[in-house]
Design a protein around this ligand. Structure first.
Ligand SMILES: *Cc1c(COP(=O)(O)O)cnc(C)c1O
Length: 398
């Protein structure tokens, strides 16, 4: 007997839970890609995407995942031999840096470890030392999905301006868009990348690059930009196929339409607030468990915690066992401990993650926490008491 049958919860940080309404919108025959509904629908997506990103500037849509827009963003404003500064607070910063290195870009990585956010003061220091402005861009991940550290992107811009450095500020909001507050224009971000399968609640396969006039001016000076990644025809297409450099991601577009309508109906501020309350619910439970056992939230500083994903430490003998029990016995799939391996825990068994991005609500989070507590009890993993009461208190007072 297992109690895993029934509606599962895929509580991993992407792909996230997909709303039935999104799936229903995608369940249809292929549409006409030459005229009519799909073309109008696509043009209507752009203003709403920009609203979610907090920008009045441009957006380009790509068929691809987050890695694709890592590549796309770099391809438009940087060339082989250029230098970038990459402040890193987890695996995803290193991933973007690797893609840059693969394009022949020189990467200057400043590592902030795995337990906190990027320190803007150290970014300023690195830029101030770059007297002849060799650094062309700063690549900063807003929420690093491996450590669950959230960095203060607005403060990074302030730090860059304080030292008068002209580098572009490029942000990866793949895990945070539609979950954590992000305001591209107000925060002075020049280029931002996002993807469909996290806060935007659509299957993986579509991704976005947002860029402002400063970034466009840098783009205009590039000697060449590979055709597929070029954002110019995608942002201002003369023909529909140019928007996608070929066939449109037809079904994703229908799904995204519904997802953006859901965000608009709820209101972006309310979406952010919901994610914040649910995140605090998880932290409250985590703090209680931590009082009597190995359980520990990976990011001690509350201000540096993501509202979309939470990374946890529980000791290498427990993490994988607990994940397995939750999945096999209760229908709850938790995220693996990504990029957290150490010498005495080479597979990162001591870590796991809660994904709480997009289409999630109070009953899902409360159910997840109760399930994890039950798993710890069954598996004899020591833990402090009062976690579920603490979680209920957060929901009750919201
Ligand atoms: C998921 C994620 C990526 C990678 O996206 P893929 O779609 O898996 O290529 C990059 N950056 C962040 C912050 C992410 O959360």
């Amino acid at each position: 007997m297992t109690l895993a049958h029934g509606q599962g919860y895929l509580a991993i940080p992407g792909p996230s839970v997909m709303p039935e309404a999104v799936l229903r919108a995608m369940h249809r025959g292929a549409p006409n890609i030459y005229e009519g509904e799909l073309i109008d629908l696509t043009h209507g997506l752009l203003p709403d995407l920009k609203m979610v990103a907090g920008t009045a500037h441009d957006a380009a849509i790509y068929i691809g995942n987050g890695h694709a827009v890592w590549e796309a963003s770099l391809a438009n404003v940087l060339s082989a031999g250029d230098k970038v500064l990459v402040p890193v607070a987890g695996s995803f910063g290193l991933g973007w840096s690797d893609v840059a290195a693969g394009r022949g870009i020189e990467t200057d990585v400043v590592d902030f470890g795995r337990r906190g956010a990027i320190d803007p003061a150290r970014v300023a220091e690195a830029l101030a030392a770059d007297k002849d402005h060799k650094i062309k861009a700063v690549l900063a991940v807003h929420v690093d999905t491996s450590t669950s550290a959230k960095s203060d992107i607005a403060a990074i811009r302030v730090a860059m301006d304080a030292v008068g450095h002209p580098a572009l500020l490029m942000a990866d909001c793949i895990a945070s868009l539609g979950c954590d507050r992000f305001e591209m224009d107000a925060w002075g971000v020049d280029v931002m990348v996002a993807a469909s399968q996290k806060g935007l609640m659509v299957p993986p396969g579509m991704a976005f690059v947002f860029f402002n006039d400063r970034a466009q001016a840098v783009r205009a000076q590039q000697e060449r930009v590979s055709k597929y990644w070029d954002w110019v025809p995608r942002a201002n297409p003369e023909f529909y196929y140019q928007l996608f450099c070929g066939t449109a991601p037809t079904h994703h577009l229908y799904g995204l339409r519904v997802a953006l309508d859901m965000i608009k109906d709820e209101g972006l501020e309310a979406v952010w607030r919901r994610h914040e309350v649910l995140a605090r619910t998880i932290w409250a439970a985590g703090d209680a468990w931590a009082t009597g056992g190995p359980f520990e939230l990976n990011i001690p500083d509350v201000a540096a915690r993501s509202h979309a994903v939470t990374s946890l430490r529980i000791g290498k003998e427990h993490g994988t066992r607990l994940r397995r029990w939750c999945q096999d016995q209760a229908g709850l799939t938790l995220g693996i401990g990504l990029g957290m391996s150490t010498q005495d825990d080479p597979k990162g068994d001591g870590f796991f993650r809660f994904g709480h991005m997009g289409h999630v609500n109070a009953q899902m989070i409360l159910g997840m926490l109760a399930t994890v507590q039950t798993g710890m009890r069954v598996l004899d993993i020591p833990h402090g008491s009062g976690a579920l009461e603490a979680a209920a208190d957060v929901i009750a007072s919201a």
